[in-house]
Design a protein around this ligand. Structure first.
Ligand SMILES: N[C@@H](CCC[C@H](N)C(=O)O)C(=O)O
Length: 285
């Protein structure tokens, strides 16, 4: 099977994009295709697969499949890439437009300088803070803010936030000491999260800056996670580390994202989206 693709990334969080405005495939191929293209040795190498598709609910639609073939409901870095692609390939005519995800419809705004889109801002909508809707098991309170969380012999405090997909945020003193490889793969599959969870370790650098590392559900360690950065800023506000309605710079392994949890409840994310290559994938199923 031959599949035309584009490889793009948001701060090193890379995906293989397939434009379903141009071609059509059977639903059954997407999960195995995500696994196949993501393999760095026998595929292309990426954190997953993203479909750009026609939508009857928004100007353009996005679906995301993680490296292991599981489907996610939202992807912040993917949204900025889809916005850039849709504008540059004239799927949309205006710089401001809507994108449908499995979680919600978001508003995108591309920033064009000398005919080149370098940054994209996304209004990600409102975070979900209720335990049942994150979802996370437990009864101690309706929201999960700085709640004791023990795994094996390690006691930490968790704040859980959904940006349409679930995030478990742990504040640490120093980002270099975060137990990312030790606990990331355990927490992501912990029974307390019926749908799994994206795991973030966050250091508060100042009242305008956070350091951030992630173990993504279905993909493992990635260079960046847009929804994770948004969830971390919300968690930092809830814990009194940073102010609401103020733009916070989140330092991820692959670069910086600018995130604000506005007073109207919406979370805004601004950052780069980059294209690395286009090509034909020859898939031996
Ligand atoms: N990298 C993404 C999130 C991708 C989906 C996630 N792994 C999940 O399963 O929820 C981002 O930039 O937000």
């Amino acid at each position: 099977m031959e599949i035309t693709y584009i490889k793009m990334h948001g701060l090193g969080n890379s995906y293989i994009f397939v434009d379903l405005f141009q071609s059509n495939f059977d639903e059954s191929i997407f999960a195995p295709l995500a696994k196949s293209v993501s393999d760095v040795n026998t595929g292309i190498g990426s954190d997953g697969l993203i479909l750009i598709h026609p939508s009857d609910k928004a100007d353009v639609g996005m679906r995301i499949f993680n490296k292991d073939g599981s489907e996610g409901r939202n992807c912040g870095n993917g949204l900025r890439c889809v916005a850039k692609y849709a504008y540059q390939n004239r799927i949309v005519a205006n710089k401001a437009f809507t994108i449908e995800t499995k979680a919600n419809n978001v508003q995108a705004h591309v920033h064009e300088v000398n005919n080149y889109v370098d940054e994209v801002t996304i209004d990600m909508g409102e975070p979900i803070l209720t335990r049942n809707n994150i979802p996370m098991k437990g009864t101690s309170s309706d929201t999960v803010v700085n709640e004791p969380f023990t795994i094996d012999d390690k006691s930490m405090n968790i704040t859980a936030v959904s940006m349409g997909n679930p995030h478990a945020i742990f504040f640490v003193e120093k980002i270099e000491d975060a137990p990312l490889y030790e606990l990331g793969p355990r927490i992501t599959k912990d029974d307390r999260f019926p749908e799994g969870v994206n795991v973030e370790f966050v250091e508060v650098v100042s009242d305008t800056e956070l350091n951030f590392r992630v173990w993504e559900r279905g993909s493992g360690v990635t260079q960046a996670c847009g929804t994770g950065a948004c969830a971390s800023v919300v968690a930092a506000v809830l814990n009194g580390h940073v102010l609401r309605d103020k733009e916070i710079c989140v330092h991820l392994s692959g670069g910086d994202l600018y995130v604000k949890w506005a007073n109207d409840g919406h979370v805004w994310m601004r950052g780069r989206a980059d294209t690395t290559s286009t090509g034909m994938y020859y898939w031996n199923r």
